[in-house]
Design a protein around this ligand. Sequence first.
Ligand SMILES: Nc1ncnc2c1ncn2[C@@H]1O[C@H](COP(=O)(O)OP(=O)(O)OP(=O)(O)O)[C@@H](O)[C@H]1O
Ligand SMILES: [Mg+2]
Ligand SMILES: [Zn+2]
Length: 244
Amino acid sequence: MLDPDFDCPNGCDANGFLFDEERRQAYPCSCREERLRRRLHGDMEASVGRYAPPRFQGLDWSALPLSGIAERHGAAATHVRRYAAGVEQNVRSGRGLWLLGNKGTGKTTLAYYVAQQARATGMSVLTRNTTDLLNELRDSYKPDAQPTTRQIIDAITQVELLHLEDVAVPRPNDWVLEQLYTIVNRRYEHNKAILFTSDTPYGAPLDPGGLADHIGERTYSRLMQMVGDPILMTGADYRLTVGA
Ligand SMILES: Nc1ncnc2c1ncn2[C@@H]1O[C@H](COP(=O)(O)OP(=O)(O)OP(=O)(O)O)[C@@H](O)[C@H]1O
Ligand SMILES: [Mg+2]
Ligand SMILES: [Zn+2]
């Protein structure tokens, strides 16, 4: 059975079928495809958990923190707003976004805003801190682990928008590089959008190409093709300057 609460104006049945009385035959309602899609994505999110911390919910440009970020980082905010205004089309055509900047400049907040707007259009979104995701994958190899490795990989592949936090994983080893490659390459092959952040310590110059050292050249080049130039956010760590 599909979503039992769905109120179809055509009055189709629980599986999204209508009945043609003349031909004595059931046929799929126009809502069925969309309901199947929603169920697939609902099941997937339920199996791995979509992760949406309270700090980053209900974001709005007329209130902090977004209003403050727009003040400090006008160009980045404008870019993000423009992407978010067309988020459905952007995501469905595989166009992603990369926020690169110093620590505590608002990258994660902007990324969650995009994720929030994508969800508001009905698309599925999975958010993960990259290191957490790698740990989940490692744990999933244990017998009887939930979610299973396959569930995680399937979710990462199928979700409409994958949102990864802090992809510049510290001290990557061969296993980590291989997993990152698998994740990004799956998205790449299916032309699916990816939204991610990466940070640079306060005061350090922003060097987009430096990401390759953390995630490997092959993964880096695919990501670049999927997101284009990063949105840059330089400046002081907001966490350390509050009240200053
Ligand atoms: N200009 C701002 N005005 C108000 N609050 C802000 C501003 N910039 C950041 N914040 C707040 O500071 C905290 C850090 O922001 P956020 O997590 O988005 O930064 P980040 O760039 O992702 O940091 P990190 O590099 O450490 O991951 C958040 O609680 C956010 O709400
Ligand atoms: Mg962050
Ligand atoms: Zn219907």
